[in-house]
Design a protein around this ligand. Structure first.
Ligand code: EPU
Length: 294
């Protein structure tokens, strides 16, 4: 008997993942599981751990590369209403891990709550955004997180304060746990001012980065320690426009790889390796990947 036989309402086999990622690439998930409640999520995790089934969490697939052959794992997607909830209060917002960052930021900005507008234009979910401490030059999600509810790989839930996550540049210490929901502390502010700052950041990104309709995964590499920009290093290594199969280094911002029609994950990975090699030879810097490769 399969580990998920009696979970058929929320578990499907051999589900293509490409349409669920921003790159639009990659093969199927052996199982795609979409629990509808915390207790169902807990059951799924407990069961998969008992059966030795590997588990992966999928958000909006905005920072992710799925192999062409797919993934032999249970891919969990927190896509139901419970996990996508966004509940604003006087100076805070509670959000499920599957809530879209863009909706969260819009809710805050339009409600005159300051503290999340630096995330303008970042695609992803609350869970994924916290796990990688998403952000940019104007700020990171960490500065607004008050507490998170997490679940262990065995399905045990607990609440923990933001401090315990030890946020740093594009990372935090979740260990084997995953975010289920989060509370953000924000500041009441003049709605017009918050909106203007949000629009300014959005405009700056639209000018310097590829259009959102292009298939990419945001920045491929983290910026190296010491303040250098990975995009600039790649650019100065002469790689803008470099191509491997259907994957190309963006002309707009060299830390983005754009996938053209017919591209495969293998093309993107080959290009990533070429960038790593060339940048190291030219500059001596070993770039660290920001994109998650399954
Ligand atoms: N630059 C170049 N050539 C390029 C790209 C950039 O010379 O092809 C130069 C720019 O002119 C600028 C400097 O490099 O002087 C920094 O560039 P930018 O302002 O675009 O910032 P970044 O450090 O490359 C970071 C985040 C982005 C975020 C922006 C804006 C990382 C790895 N990247 O980029 O985040 O949108 O700041 O806040 O931290 C992401 O993480 O996926 C991402 C896109």
């Amino acid at each position: 008997m399969s580990w998920c036989n009696d979970l058929h309402e929320i578990c499907r086999a051999q589900v293509p993942l490409a349409p669920l990622t921003w790159f639009g690439l990659g093969g199927p998930a052996r199982w795609l599981v979409e629990p509808r409640s915390e207790s169902e999520l807990s059951t799924v995790l407990h069961r998969s751990a008992e059966s030795g089934v590997p588990v992966r969490f999928l958000g909006l697939g905005a920072n992710l590369l799925v192999p062409d052959e797919g993934v032999d794992a249970a891919v969990i997607r927190l896509n139901g209403p419970v996990f996508r909830r966004i509940i604003p209060a006087d100076s805070s917002i509670e959000a499920g891990a599957g809530a879209h960052l863009t909706t969260l930021v819009r809710t805050a900005v339009h409600g005159g709550l300051a503290g999340l507008e630096a995330l303008a234009g970042i695609p992803g979910t609350v869970g994924g955004g916290i796990r990688m401490n998403c952000g940019g030059r104007h700020g990171e999600i960490a500065s607004a997180v008050e507490s998170v509810r997490v679940i262990s790989s065995q399905g045990r839930l607990r609440d923990c304060p933001a401090d315990a996550l030890r946020f740093r540049y594009r990372a935090c210490e979740l260990g084997g746990e995953r975010v289920v929901s989060a509370r953000f502390h924000l500041e009441r502010a003049d709605r017009g001012l918050v909106l203007e700052r949000f629009r300014e950041i959005w405009r700056e990104k639209s000018r310097s980065q590829p259009a959102l309709r292009e298939k990419s995964a945001g920045c491929i590499f983290k910026n190296p320690p010491g303040g250098a920009s990975a995009g600039r290093l790649i650019d100065e290594s002469g790689l803008k426009g470099a191509r491997m199969g259907g994957a190309e280094v963006s002309d707009r911002h060299a830390n983005f790889i754009v996938a053209h029609t017919g591209a495969r994950t293998a093309d993107v990975l080959a290009l990533v390796e070429r960038i790593e090699e060339r940048v190291f030879i030219r500059t001596g810097v070993r770039l660290e990947r920001e994109v998650e490769v399954w």
